[in-house]
Write a new protein. Structure first.
Length: 484
């Protein structure tokens, strides 16, 4: 009889979980490494292909994903590693591998990137792959893509407008600021026509903080307009932000006079998203929504280092002008892109001190089963969905029993246990994901104001999970790793 009751409870929980969350949280990149300079494209095969500057700046990797919000859940495939040894001059690509972009042009894949023997020697490079899938096949050796001046160049992007290919990039002359945006027609995916045209120089106050910088351009076409977003000011400052250029779609895009610069930025720092920039644009799976992909730091003062992570959020439109709004805060649920489906979005929740993941005691009856830490085996009791409640708080629902994470007996005492229980809307079942200086979150209970905590800093399987006074230590740091 007891087994029948447990089975019925699990069945009811399963039905409850089937209607569970279709929301995700930022960051969406890989949970354990940085993911600056992100670029995502959706191919005709229905997959999303994701590239970013790899940690260490020495290789190029491609991640294939079936969903936009799940780009960080895939396994990256190494496409190319920089050659070892030193190199000097404008024909080097041994280090400082930055800002990759992946494009499908004229029946083949092209992987563009910036590299040099040193930062002062940066140039734009491209590799070709004729495989149907860019995570397979063979990539050619890099070839330089430059205009006739062959100056310092980074942050290239390619767009096809009215059948004509263009490249836009960021240029410096003689290694000295300003960094300005250049455009040129392309006669092939690896060849520019003549000398590029300057279409934007940083002159406005918000473009010149730290130094005079325009970089990271990206095309966005909407109705009768061609937009070109760009990153402005020094990436080493919290004032790195996005600006916007616009031109009529039928204009000569290589004429600077046809471009108009917006007087104010379209995206800038907000809490938990400092120095947002180097963005891309991509469609939702059903093609009805435009999304912006960008990197940001979780805390101020982190600059151009390995703290930058990939974020996404939906764009709205005011006529022909894109509206991004405030940078989305990490840990706040966002409705998934249209057309991704209705399946539950799941996360592993890993404790920094123990290295183990938040799990449910499967030996206990499901209702009231304790939350504890255990080695990750990919079991359903180790997967959680994130459901918004109100005022930035969420419920964490177990994929195993359909119940939500709950502080036992609605206690406000430090040391109170944490269990799974049927959702009733109580504040003891509501949690706030608070970003800190890394991708880990502090998880705060709304009822008690205390933090989710690995009791006694215990790294053993079965370690108890409790609530405790916030102290900023590793037992209270939790990493949300996207599963699907």
């Amino acid at each position: 009889m007891k087994n029948l009751i447990i089975s019925l409870m699990l069945a009811a929980a399963s039905a409850l979980a089937s209607a569970a969350s279709t929301t995700f949280i930022n960051p969406v990149g890989p949970a354990t490494v940085s993911s600056a300079d992100p670029f995502v494209m959706r191919h005709t095969d229905g997959n999303y292909y994701y590239v970013h500057t790899t940690q260490g700046w020495s290789a190029l990797e491609i991640t294939k994903a079936t969903s936009l919000s799940g780009i960080g859940a895939g396994t990256p495939v190494r496409a190319w590693s920089a050659p070892t040894g030193s190199c000097t001059g404008p024909n080097c690509y041994t280090t400082w591998i930055w800002a990759p972009e992946l494009h499908y042009l004229q029946g083949a894949w092209y992987l563009y990137f910036a590299a040099g023997g040193s930062d002062k020697q940066h140039r734009v490079w491209a590799m070709k792959n004729t495989s149907a899938d860019p995570t397979q096949g063979t990539w050619s050796s890099p070839v330089k893509v430059s205009d006739t001046a062959d100056n310092w160049a980074i942050d290239q992007t390619v767009g096809v407008i009215n059948g004509q290919m263009y490249m836009v990039w960021s240029e410096m002359i003689g290694g000295a600021f300003p960094q300005r945006l250049m455009i040129a027609r392309m006669s092939s995916p690896t060849s520019l026509v003549g000398r590029g045209t300057v279409i934007s120089t940083p002159t406005l106050a918000w473009e010149t903080i730290g130094d005079k910088v325009n970089e990271g351009p990206q095309f966005l076409v909407h109705n009768g307009k061609v937009h070109l977003s760009f990153s402005a000011s020094g990436c080493w400052t919290d004032d790195y932000k996005l600006g916007l250029l616009s031109a009529p779609i039928d204009a000569d895009l290589t004429m600077a006079s046809n471009w108009t610069k917006s007087s104010t930025p379209i995206l800038q720092s907000a809490s938990g998203a400092y120095g947002p920039g180097h963005n891309g644009f991509v469609k939702s799976p059903d093609g009805t929504e435009d999304w912006v992909v960008y990197h940001a730091n979780p805390a101020p003062g982190q600059g151009c280092g390995d703290s930058r992570t990939t974020r996404i959020q939906k764009i709205t439109w005011s006529g022909d002008t894109p509206v991004i709004g405030a940078a989305a805060a990490p840990g706040v649920p966002i409705t998934r892109p249209a057309g991704e489906g209705t399946g539950t979005i799941l996360y592993r929740v890993r404790n920094q001190a123990a290295g183990k993941v938040l799990s449910v005691d499967r030996s206990a009856p499901p209702l009231g089963a304790a939350a504890w830490l255990w080695t990750d085996y990919g079991n359903t009791d180790q997967k959680w969905s994130i459901e918004p409640t109100s005022n930035g708080y969420v419920q964490l629902r177990s994929d195993y029993n359909g119940y939500v994470l709950d502080v036992l007996n609605r206690s406000t005492a430090a040391g109170a246990g944490v269990i799974t229980w049927s959702a009733h809307g109580g504040t003891n079942q509501q949690w706030q994901l608070l970003p800190n200086t890394t991708q880990y979150f502090d998880v705060k209970n709304r009822n008690s104001g205390l933090m989710l905590d690995d009791k006694d800093w215990n790294a053993s399987d079965g370690a108890a999970v409790q609530q405790w006074t916030g102290n900023g230590l590793k037992p209270q740091r939790w990493l949300f790793e996207r599963v699907n």
